[in-house]
Design a protein around this ligand. Structure first.
Ligand code: GLN
Ligand code: ZN
Length: 763
């Protein structure tokens, strides 16, 4: 191959801000505890930014990206930058750092801004609140010092910001029916001024992220893009409009016509959309193609990507830019820190730092020919090949089992009504049975025992004894409280996905694979790299022990296949549906083993089912079909008198109620107390057919509600759910709470139930 005259530009849309050692978390938490002053916190932020820019520059990115850093969340930083603090915080328009944190974390008198999931990721943004009284006022200090910082270090700078339409779309209108687009012109004024400043400073490019283009957008919002970008482009550095998380092919005509200097498209999530952009791409525009996965931690198949890129480069010349599909915010920072991973597995992975290196390699190969980097391409090809051929990624028995699943495997042996009658006869529960969601307070003793066992400092025997003590105490407390269906308390679990992942084949765990979830909170999702199978029972011994301590029914506790999938980094060489079915088969065996051990009720938690919903409604039915099937396969291997529960929380379920009903769990427990049972009304309107346990108190708050509050909620519930199908339970698991408040709250919950029972049972 000969070198081409047109140089290809490489860049990233954003870099993880937390730091390879979670330095930002440490600094933030120290600051909030009063142990690090604002100057110290700002210095920690500056240090991280400088390191991240240096990494981008050293790897050969053509720009460093500025503006992706935030002390809490980038959308919230935009709220500060544009002075859009809601009046309820009394901050005025000049937001300082304490004000920024007050909005993010709440104050003694004001709840924090709502936290929402960033599209279909596990990152949460702080939702701006806007209304007819909102005014915007540019607070340059929230951005320009960072830009100057980068420029003074000699970097070529691309500033990345949420675009004005995405900002408005994601905001919450504080007045019902308020048309958020009414604020567009005001907001554009501030953007316009800011972009002018950036131009004057010598910023090379501005990247405005408009991921809402991957959603189903109403026509008036689409139309607003023309107006917005025409006015912004008039006095700005060249604008790159960035889309990601899905196809924007439907908007290709719009994007081609916009007066922007470039468009970024996600070719990992939606490779097929390239066709709509490459041919006859406008001469005056750059097309940035995201081909390195910004959402997942797999090493790229560089030869495959280069094969895709060569014709695009031939068509576009220097107008081709190459990037990751989206900001690298969603992947961990540096694979080099992982010293305990299996070397083969490690060679299959790429974290943010390694993705920079992949982009640099692509650039060299495109600019100087593949022979210029043949050695690196060869190493990459070997890793990709070793993954493709690894026995762990193709276990014949697992594949065969999934292939052989029948329609009957997803069906219980009898319809709900018949099952309910058998279960009632077997379980002998009172009207309005009381139960909990699974976990009980994780005391210091419990955590200490788990961590010494993990470190090898506690023998298996001593560890089991410590867990038995915790289980015994939990059972005794539940008996004393008068609960009807008991749980063992999940003392042995540090996390509901990790606990199962550690016992399944095909799962791996990193040491430092942290990604930001919100603010200072990070999660370390496990990695599903191979075929999933269950070598042996995972929970049976604990449940059997717990059941041996009581005559009341003990509920087994499992994490469902869909949640296991969405809270992990999932392999990209097999469809999610197939991975979910493998997980479902493993869980199905666990459910059967629990039944055989005498456990009469088994809960399969699926809190993540809603978050798997695709961004476009047209893709919902296919997703819901496989998600429901996976759950049903996990739940349907048992007798009809074994009661299957499921649990879901903190999500808007209204739009997927038919699918929740289609899970056909005998009992569902759901979060409802925060919304004052609104969700329950939706279940009522929909005529949800099976048993329901609406949460009667919010476990996320230390406040213990009065008996009368819970009776009032139960009375509401009885209006929409017949009492024969109603359960009483808290909103969610209790592991983050203390025992004192837990016993107090559950005692009151039992009392409230008794009040209702008396009222319902004619004497
Ligand atoms: N069984 C889990 C618990 O009680 C459920 C957690 C959840 O809903 N996220 O902790
Ligand atoms: Zn929950």
């Amino acid at each position: 191959m000969t070198a081409t005259p047109y140089a290809t530009t490489v860049h990233v849309l954003g870099y993880p801000r937390i730091g390879a050692q979670r330095e930002l978390k440490t600094a933030l938490e120290a600051h909030w505890q009063g142990k690090l002053d604002e100057t110290g916190l700002r210095a920690a932020g500056a240090d991280l930014r400088q390191r991240h820019w240096a990494a981008q520059a050293a790897a050969g990115m053509d720009f460093v990206t500025v503006g992706d850093f935030a002390f809490y969340d980038h959308l919230h930083s935009c709220t500060a930058l544009f002075g859009a603090a809601p009046a309820r915080f009394g901050l005025g328009n000049e937001v300082d750092l304490p004000g920024y944190f007050a909005m993010a974390r709440g104050t003694p008198t004001q709840p924090a801004l709502a936290m929402k999931k960033w599209f279909d990721t596990n990152y949460h943004y702080l939702q701006p609140e806007i209304g007819p009284d909102t005014v915007f006022r540019l607070n340059r200090d929230w951005l320009l010092p960072e830009v100057r910082e980068a420029l003074s270090l000699g970097h070529k700078v691309k500033v990345a910001l949420p675009g004005p339409l995405t900002y408005l779309w994601l905001a919450r209108g504080t007045h019902g029916g308020f048309d958020k687009l009414r604020l567009l012109n005001l907001l554009l004024n501030s953007y316009w001024t800011l972009l002018g400043d950036l131009k004057a400073l010598g910023v090379a490019w501005v990247q405005l992220d408009e991921p809402i283009l991957a959603l189903d957008l109403p026509a008036e919002w689409l139309a607003a893009f023309n107006l917005a970008y025409a006015s912004l482009a008039s006095n700005a550095p060249p604008i790159l409009l960035a889309t990601y998380f899905g196809s924007v092919a439907a908007h290709a005509p719009l994007l081609r016509a916009l007066p922007v200097a470039g468009v970024h498209v996600d070719a990992v999530r939606a490779p097929e959309q390239l066709a709509a952009f490459v041919a006859d791409w406008p001469q005056d525009k750059v097309l940035s193609v995201g081909l390195v996965d910004g959402r997942n931690l797999w090493r790229s198949d560089l030869s495959r990507i280069l094969a895709l890129l060569h014709p695009i480069k031939a068509a576009l010349g220097a107008r081709l830019w190459v990037s990751a599909s989206c900001s690298l915010l969603h992947v961990p920072v540096d694979l080099e820190q992982e010293t305990k991973l299996d070397p083969a597995l490690k060679s299959w992975l790429a974290f943010a730092q390694q993705k920079l290196e992949e982009l640099a390699l692509l650039k060299s190969a495109l600019n100087h020919g593949e022979q210029a980097v043949w050695r690196e391409l060869h190493t990459s090809a070997i890793a990709v090949e070793s993954r493709r051929k690894a026995p762990s990624t193709h276990i014949k028995t697992v594949r065969a089992r999934v292939a052989a699943l029948t329609a009957g495997d997803a069906e219980r042996g009898a319809p709900y009504a018949a099952r309910a009658a058998q279960q009632r006869a077997k379980l002998q529960l009172p009207l309005l049975p009381t139960t909990t969601i699974g976990s009980f307070p994780q005391t210091a003793d419990i955590r200490a025992a788990r961590s010494s066992f993990k470190k090898g400092a506690l023998s298996e025997g001593d560890y089991t004894a410590a867990m038995h003590t915790a289980i015994r105490e939990a059972v005794e407390k539940q008996e004393a409280l008068g609960l009807d269906m008991l749980v063992h308390g999940e003392a042995e679990r540090n996390d509901m996905v990790e606990y199962f992942g550690e016992q399944l084949s095909g799962y791996a765990f990193t040491e430092y694979g942290w990604v930001q979830s919100y603010g200072s909170r990070c999660v370390k999702p496990p990695v599903i790299y191979g075929d999933v199978a269950r070598p042996k029972a995972m929970t049976v011994a604990w449940s059997r022990y717990a059941q041996s301590l009581t005559h009341k029914p003990m509920k087994g506790m499992l994490t469902g296949p869909v949640t296991m999938l969405f809270w992990s980094f999932v392999r990209d060489d097999l469809s999610r549906e197939q991975v979910a079915l493998q997980l479902a088969c493993a869980l199905r065996d666990e459910v059967s083993d629990l039944e055989a051990a005498g456990i009469a009720a088994i809960q399969i938690d699926e809190p993540a089912i809603r978050e798997g919903l695709p961004l476009k409604a047209a893709d919902w039915p296919a997703y819901l079909a496989w998600a429901v099937r996976a759950f049903r396969i996990s739940a349907s291997g048992v007798r009809t008198d074994t009661q299957i529960h499921t649990h879901m929380c903190y999500s808007e379920f209204n739009d997927i109620l038919p699918s929740i009903a289609a899970l056909d769990a005998d009992v569902i427990t759901i979060e409802t107390s925060r919304s004052n049972m609104q969700l329950l009304e939706a279940f009522g309107d929909f005529s949800y057919p099976n048993d329901i346990g609406p949460g009667v108190y919010d476990i996320h708050s230390p406040r213990v509600p009065a008996v009368s509050e819970m009776t009032a909620l139960l009375e509401k519930a009885i209006k929409v759910i017949p009492p024969e199908r109603l359960w009483v339970n808290p909103d969610c698991g209790l592991k983050t709470r203390g025992w004192a408040e837990t016993e107090d709250a559950l005692g009151k919950m039992v009392q409230a139930t008794r009040v209702l029972r008396e009222r319902l049972t004619p004497s």
